[in-house]
Design a protein around this ligand. Structure first.
Ligand SMILES: Cc1cc2nc3c(=O)[nH]c(=O)nc-3n(C[C@H](O)[C@H](O)[C@H](O)COP(=O)(O)O)c2cc1C
Length: 198
């Protein structure tokens, strides 16, 4: 039965949920290995990620699952294009971030043009989908990493990625398992970024 139009439960405090949000950290993508999410788990992850605010209910984003032989073929096709980048050796090396993780989800920002909802807001919503996907992966016991890298921006890769006019890669969300937890990284000084409207 659809919940559409029915009131949802109000939030209750969850120390566990808060602790997860406070502990989550991106994985080094190239270190992500099997197991990755099963097709059923991925379906749950994506449905959770799609439960993201977007102004106007435009759903201005879409997912492309990249795994298995299709992932190997994509990496193979990207390799020669690495040579055209400003730092070819580095560009080829970072392909490991795409090649190694068992599952990658390309989150595509697909804004509706000339709409009263500004494109900026539609793109923000795509970013929020990426973050939600990272949280869903974490909640299901997987590590994840949000990366763009050169192949998100080089126009020559667009046909390989199946991007349509006006679309942009919001992120490649690489999902898998880590052998050990990542080291914590610097976090902002809250005093520096929090103020109160006077
Ligand atoms: C939009 C976006 C694009 C990113 N692209 C890259 C990238 O191309 N290469 C990279 O090494 N890190 C990239 N990162 C940063 C990684 O995701 C980084 O691991 C992350 O910011 C660490 O934050 P966390 O520990 O809170 O998860 C990107 C982050 C965002 C939000």
């Amino acid at each position: 039965m659809s919940d559409l139009g029915h009131p949802l439960p109000l939030p209750t405090a969850s120390d566990e949920a808060l602790a997860r949000l406070q502990r989550r950290r991106s994985a080094p993508a190239q270190a992500l290995t099997f197991p990755g999410p099963s097709p059923d788990q991925l379906e749950v992850m994506l449905a959770t990620a799609a439960r993201t605010p977007d102004h106007g209910k435009l759903f201005p984003w879409r997912f492309v699952i990249i795994e298995g032989p299709a992932k190997s073929a994509l990496v193979h096709a990207l390799k020669p294009l690495a040579e055209d980048q400003s730092e070819p050796v580095k560009a080829a090396t970072v392909l490991a971030k795409l090649a190694n993780p068992p599952v990658t989800v390309m989150v595509v920002s697909s804004p509706v043009p000339d709409h009263k909802v500004p494109v900026w807001e539609q793109q923000l919503s795509a970013g929020a989908v990426c973050m939600n996907l990272e949280h869903a992966a974490d909640a299901m016991g997987f590590s994840a990493s949000w990366i763009t890298d050169w192949y998100a921006y080089d126009p020559a890769t667009r046909p390989l990625l199946g991007l349509k006019d006006g679309e942009q890669v919001a992120g490649f969300i690489h999902i898998g398992t880590l052998a050990e937890g990542p080291a914590e990284r610097p976090r902002p000084s809250m005093a520096a970024i929090v103020s109160r409207q006077l």
